[in-house]
Design a protein around this ligand. Structure first.
Ligand code: SF4
Ligand code: SF4
Length: 401
């Protein structure tokens, strides 16, 4: 196992174990099997285990607490605060108390604000007293490092990075996300400020490992270097020196073993030009299937009506390059505001046309945004918006009371 350092100079294994896709049996985490995987990873040098309040419908933290019994002090535990469940200051302490109990520990090594999408979600937490909570928790030693996980565009990522003195952050990054999400620009910006970056979705939820289309797979198969798809994807992420830990949501023994073997070779700048070209070619074959030639540059932003244009287009393209299911769940999760922040969906477009003037790809943005609206904003999306409305009403009611 190779290690990279955090802000304090502590060594973190470059492979982190993500506990969101653990093996299950009859809808519950298969404890014996999942614990054996965790222990195997630990014995082979993995020292970073990542969970969240909501993973496996609330079972993941409790599982991890039990699975790490006897070795908890030897490893780093990361877990996350769901901002949308914080309606008043007391909620933060209550959720954190539950997490410590579930994890059978009296401290968390890496505590993240879960899935921030924009600065306003962080500001909402600040309004609810998160800064006082962090200061006290750090003082008491119940939290060692504070960070956030992020799903949004690179402009918002930079704003959040600049809004607080973070110990670390976590972004989605893989060879198809160089110009989407926080992007390579965001990764390098955080690194330039000395902030360690944890990577999630290095294989796009497994898509880059085992669901490539025939023409995409052919590129890897014809390469002179023989590697599995997962190995190509992980090696590409570790190749960037700005990356600290790469999380893999492992649920199969074979994946744990393979990823640990691959991590032995994950040195920064270790891929040759030819190898990087192979990955670029696979990425181009994937992107060729995208219907809107949006590069995620963000020049069209901000939209005065609050539409997240690159996010809308990225989800639309995901239908053709990955799958409709993934595109739909991401669209609902990240544009409806259901998981925090303000809504930024295509339906907010007022067709002012301001955006189109700035697009270097000459995309007819208002028309394509209308395509996105028609594709995604059916009954399921409307139900999500209604839930969000209900959550807001509850919050206001409490404030007035
Ligand atoms: S046309 Fe629509 S998406 Fe473009 S800036 Fe105006 S409101 Fe925003
Ligand atoms: S300016 Fe054009 S290419 Fe850039 S993010 Fe907006 S729509 Fe996409």
């Amino acid at each position: 196992m190779l290690y990279r350092k955090n802000k304090k100079g502590e060594e973190l294994s470059i492979l982190g174990f993500g506990c969101m896709r653990l093996p299950t049996k009859a809808g519950l985490i298969d404890f014996n099997r999942a614990q054996a995987q965790i222990r195997y990873a630990y014995e082979h040098g993995v020292n970073y285990f990542d969970t969240a309040y909501i993973y496996h419908a609330g079972q993941s933290e409790g599982f991890l607490g039990k699975a790490l019994k006897g070795i908890r002090e030897e490893v780093n535990v990361a877990t996350k605060l769901p901002p949308y469940l914080v309606k008043k200051p007391e909620d933060i302490n209550k959720i954190f108390g539950t997490q410590l109990k579930r994890l059978q520990t009296d401290y968390v090594d890496y505590y993240l604000m879960h899935a921030l999408k924009d600065l306003s979600t962080w500001e909402g937490l600040v309004e609810n007293g998160i800064l006082k909570f962090i200061d006290e928790a750090k003082e008491k030693g119940t939290i060692r490092n504070i960070g956030f996980s992020f799903h949004g565009n690179s402009n918002e990522f930079v704003r959040i990075i600049d809004a607080y003195d973070w110990d670390f952050c976590q972004i989605q990054w893989n060879y198809t996300d160089e110009f989407t999400q926080a992007g390579t620009g965001g990764l390098e910006y955080a690194h330039s400020k000395g902030i360690p970056v944890i990577i999630m979705e290095p294989l796009l939820g497994g898509h880059l490992a085992n669901k490539l289309a025939e023409d995409e797979q052919k590129v890897f198969d014809n390469a002179s270097v023989k590697r599995s798809n997962a190995e190509w994807g992980l090696r590409w992420v570790w190749n960037n020196p700005a990356v600290t830990v790469v999380l893999s949501g492992m649920g199969e023994e074979a994946h744990v073993e393979e990823n640990i073997r691959t991590a032995d070779e994950g040195l920064p700048n270790s891929m040759t030009k030819e190898e990087l070209k192979v990955v670029d070619d696979v990425c181009a074959a994937i992107k060729k299937k995208r219907r809107i030639p949006c590069t995620g540059c963000g020049y069209c932003m901000p939209c005065p009506a609050g539409v997240d244009i690159p996010e809308c287009f990225d989800n639309f393209n995901t239908i053709y390059s990955v799958s409709k299911g993934r595109a739909m769940s991401r669209y609902i999760g990240f544009t409806s505001g259901l998981t925090g922040g303000v809504a930024s969906n295509a339906g907010k477009c007022v067709k002012c046309g301001k955006c189109a003037k700035h697009c270097p790809q000459s995309i007819e943005i208002p028309d394509r945004i209308e395509d996105v609206r028609q594709e995604f904003e059916g009954l399921v999306f409307k139900a999500a918006m209604l839930m969000k409305k209900g959550m807001k009403i509850g919050k206001n009611d409490k404030r007035e009371a």
